[in-house]
Design a protein around this ligand. Structure first.
Ligand SMILES: *Cc1c(COP(=O)(O)O)cnc(C)c1O
Length: 383
């Protein structure tokens, strides 16, 4: 039976024919839908989009127009946001810059701190050495203490690299106030693509007890930043964001008074399902009885998430036909450049197009120029 081409695959094909491959097609309507869902399900939370998931300036513009704020983790990311929003009208009147940007990398170069100071930024820290750097090189910053929380069962683990031990948290808060700085908030990250909601529950409980102890020592913290980790439906095994949101709302109401501002730093959630990659079959061989396809995008490029993000992106054909287990490789001369050794694909010919969905996060952002192959061309739709 012939596969009926739907409207969506027709658009993909048309774009690939017009612009060539590999082409990274980003649908801004999806980004807007994701933002709307996030704010609808978590009404108490202001979203700070984590720019590192995909730092294309048009994403920043689209999200800013929706009312989003931003989480940056380097000075170039800070400037991508700053340059792209400073002349745009805000949907909701917010004070520049704290309400719009958090610098959420707990380790900052001294040069970066110097450059940030003029913006009076909100920055995170998780250790005493960083606190002293901030005091000297960025004294106008407001602080957010990042605590380490369980990352069990998350696709990407972060707790081995970041976060103060909860037992040291209050000391680090007092140390900041004693140095003449102000701790505005507590933040954490449960690990990316979190499928274990207990991580969030434990993190909220830990944060609430730090809020309490800090208040009893004379310092009331005003901001709770619950970080990222919100799961995306890559497949049926992924847990539901809606279920998580319900649990979070219950815990917010139980543990944090109304006047505590709550922020989140969703990265993946805003962009993962907003992009599709279309590539072309450029070579074909049979090795040990298995059909091997070589396509013009791979592990060093848009599929870099296979390595860095521990993610998989099923390869789909536009054609129909009996499916066979096939291998799919990228175009470079490295054997690491293997997208999959077991994809179910119909017989393809050189020149045929294939596509991969849900490839908007941690993919194009970590694409390289390895072996002379540039990153995929980006085409925006519904901008
Ligand atoms: C990467 C990162 C995020 C985004 O995480 P997602 O899992 O993509 O939502 C948020 N905050 C910090 C500090 C990060 O490093």
């Amino acid at each position: 039976m012939a596969k009926r081409p739907n409207k969506y695959t027709k658009i993909l094909k048309k774009i690939a024919e017009k612009h060539g491959t590999p082409v990274f097609i980003l649908d801004h309507e999806k980004i807007r839908e994701n933002y709307k869902e996030f704010t609808k399900e978590l009404p108490r939370v202001q979203a700070y989009y984590a720019v590192k998931a995909n730092s294309l300036p048009w994403i920043v513009k689209t999200l800013y127009r929706m009312g989003s704020s931003f989480d940056v983790a380097s000075f170039p990311e800070f400037m991508i946001v700053y340059e792209n929003i400073k002349n745009l009208p805000a949907k909701r009147r917010q004070d520049f810059i704290w309400d719009k940007i958090i610098y959420a990398n707990t380790i900052k170069q001294i040069e970066t701190l110097h450059k940030l100071d003029q913006f009076k930024p909100l920055v995170t820290y998780d250790n005493a050495a960083e606190l002293h750097k901030i005091k000297i090189h960025c004294p106008h910053a407001g602080l957010c203490l990042r605590i380490g929380v369980p990352n069990t069962g998350s696709m990407v683990e972060l707790s081995s690299k970041f976060g103060a031990h909860p037992g040291e948290a209050v000391d680090l808060i007092l140390e900041a106030f004693n140095a003449g700085l102000i701790v505005e908030g507590i933040s954490f990250h449960v690990g990316s693509q979190c499928n274990n909601f207990e991580n969030y529950m434990q993190a909220l409980q830990l944060s609430a007890s730090i809020f309490k102890e800090s208040e009893s020592r004379g310092h009331r913290i005003k901001i709770l930043d619950i970080g990222g980790g919100f799961p995306v439906r890559y497949n049926n095994k992924a847990k539901s964001f809606k279920v998580l949101a319900k649990k979070l709302n219950t815990e917010f109401a139980r543990l944090f008074p109304e006047d505590i501002e709550i922020l989140a730093e969703p990265g993946r959630f805003m962009v993962a399902n907003a992009a599709t990659l279309v590539a072309k079959v450029i070579g074909k061989a049979v090795r040990d009885g298995k059909v091997c396809y070589y396509i013009d995008d791979g592990i060093y490029h848009t599929f870099s998430g296979v390595i860095f993000d521990h993610c998989t992106y099923p390869i789909k054909a536009f054609k129909d036909g009996e499916k066979k287990v096939s291998a799919v490789f990228g175009p470079t001369c490295d054997a690491l450049d293997t997208i999959s050794i077991a994809e179910e694909l119909p017989e393809l010919d050189i020149g045929d197009l294939v596509y991969a969905e849900n490839i908007g996060a941690y993919s194009h952002a970590s694409s390289t120029y390895f072996n002379g192959f540039p990153p995929a061309k980006v085409i925006h739709i519904n901008k």
